[in-house]
Every structure is written in structure tokens, then in C-alpha cells.
Design a protein around this ligand. Structure first.
Ligand SMILES: CC(C)(COP(=O)(O)OP(=O)(O)OC[C@H]1O[C@@H](n2cnc3c(N)ncnc32)[C@H](O)[C@@H]1OP(=O)(O)O)[C@@H](O)C(=O)NCCC(=O)NCCS
Length: 224
């Protein structure tokens, strides 16, 4: 088995362990300990000479993998999230994340995953997945996606959304629903429609912009 293959199977195991902390809450601490051990194994593999400080050779296309986030990703994740919040055009959030609030925020979701450049390990995008409703509707989930500004339009978002669609049923979710897609967010809408999301209609003036205007938002869903 190559180092890359070992890292890939560790990623799969991490995703399963996160799942176990939900499906087997009595042993959540044990699953957490196992996850921490796996992170150490992963770090040792990464520090082997073979993959150490690997840089993408010139002319080689970047490759991205999606995996659950780790603490060391948080700085990049906060930056990517804040890029979107600062623009005030897509996310309803108005408050920027800081170091501590970011850690709290990203750990509060059912699943938070990142898109990582496989050559240098840099974080280039993320998604958060959580319930959209409670009780009898708690099988409907909601997610938010963000890709670092300079790398948008390169299908990293597509990988993130596809991963989310694949992982969400593992947590018992049956429908993925977006409550507030700003109608002029054409690239996001293009992506969602291409991946089979259904546009349920428009909430007129549902999004307040920085200059106090109100823009229409659409609601989208995808059965899982
Ligand atoms: C929405 C978002 C996550 C999509 O990520 P992405 O990596 O840019 O998405 P993709 O490249 O997979 O798909 C976007 C589509 O728009 C096209 N596109 C063209 N120019 C683009 C641009 N400047 N930015 C984004 N998409 C662009 C892409 O080519 C692609 O179309 P295609 O599948 O026909 O090639 C990303 O644009 C983003 O972070 N936006 C700000 C936050 C946001 O809007 N989140 C969603 C809120 S509902």
C-alpha cells in the first residue's frame, strides 16, 4: 500500500468514526480517542520523507480531496468563511468568525468537511451540514458551501456538494434543503441545478443586502 492509499483509507476511517460518535453516543469519548490516535498516525505518514513538503510540479493539474476538517485547518476555514460574510452577498450571516468563535462554530455542525489540495494540503473550500428542522422534520438537513475566491469556477464546489449529498444520508437525513439562495448567485444556482436540486420557488425580498436593499431568494431541495 502506498502512503497516499494509507492516507485515503485513514480519511475514510475518520469519516466513519465521526459517524459513530453520533450513532453510538455512549462511546463517543472512545471514538474521539480513536480519532485522535488516527490523526497521529496520519501525521507520522505525512512526515515520511516520501510525502514531506511535497510541492506540485509545474504544469501538473491540482487535485482536491474532500475530508472532515481538523483543528489545523481552522485558520484557513475562518478566512474562507469570512471572505463570504464580508461580501454580504450570499450568506445570511453578518458576523465574522474569529479564532475561538470559528472553532466553536465549525465543531457545532453534524459534519464539517474541507476541500484540500492533495499536493500541499492547503484548504481551499468547505461545507457545513446540520439539521434544517426539528422533531418530525429533523431528517431534513441544510448545508452551506464556500470556496476560496481565487479558485472558484474550477469544480471544487461540485466536489463539496457531491460529497455532502453522499454523506448526509449516513446521519439519517433524507432531504437536503437550502432555505436562502440569493437569486442572483448565478454560479451557485447553476451548480445546484446541474446536480439535480429542485427550485421550489422564490421568497420575494428575502435577503437584506449591505446597502439596505432586499433581494429575492429561492428555496432548493434534493432528496437523498
Ligand atoms: C457557490 C460556490 C461554493 C461554488 O463553488 P465553485 O468551486 O466555484 O463551483 P463549481 O466550479 O463547481 O461550479 C460553478 C459553476 O459556475 C461556473 N463559473 C464560471 N465562473 C465562475 C466564477 N467566477 N465563480 C464561480 N463559478 C463560476 C463554473 O464554471 C461552474 O459551471 P460549469 O459546471 O458549467 O463548469 C462558490 O462559488 C462560492 O464559494 N461562492 C460564495 C459562497 C456561496 O455563494 N455559497 C453558496 C450559498 S447558497
Amino acid at each position: 500500500m502506498t502512503n497516499e492509499e494509507m492516507l485515503a483509507s485513514i480519511n475514510d476511517m475518520m469519516a466513519d468514526i465521526i459517524l459513530k460518535t453520533y450513532s453510538d453516543p455512549i462511546h463517543a469519548k472512545d471514538w474521539e480517542n480513536l480519532r485522535n490516535d488516527l490523526i497521529k498516525v496520519e501525521e507520522s505518514i505525512k512526515n515520511c520523507d516520501v510525502v514531506k513538503e511535497r510541492k506540485r510540479p509545474e504544469g501538473v493539474e491540482p487535485e482536491y480531496e474532500i475530508r472532515p476538517y481538523r483543528d489545523e485547518d481552522l485558520e484557513d476555514m475562518v478566512r474562507i468563511w469570512n471572505e463570504v460574510v464580508d461580501k454580504g452577498r450570499e450568506f445570511p450571516d453578518e458576523t465574522r468568525l474569529g479564532k475561538l468563535s470559528g472553532k466553536k462554530f465549525f465543531s457545532s455542525h453534524t459534519l464539517t468537511s474541507v476541500a484540500v489540495d492533495t499536493w500541499d494540503g492547503s484548504v481551499v473550500g468547505l461545507y457545513v451540514l446540520h439539521p434544517n428542522n426539528i422533531g418530525r422534520c429533523s431528517h431534513i438537513c441544510n448545508a452551506s458551501f464556500a470556496v476560496t475566491e481565487e479558485l472558484r469556477g474550477k469544480h471544487i464546489g461540485e466536489k463539496l456538494v457531491k460529497d455532502c449529498l453522499e454523506k448526509a444520508p449516513r446521519y439519517g437525513f433524507r432531504v437536503l434543503m437550502f432555505n436562502a439562495v440569493v437569486k442572483d448567485n448565478e454560479h451557485a444556482i447553476h451548480l445546484y441545478e446541474r446536480l439535480g436540486f429542485v427550485d421550489m420557488g422564490t421568497v420575494p425580498g428575502g435577503f437584506r443586502t449591505n446597502d439596505g436593499a432586499y433581494k429575492d431568494i429561492d428555496i432548493f431541495y434534493h432528496t437523498l
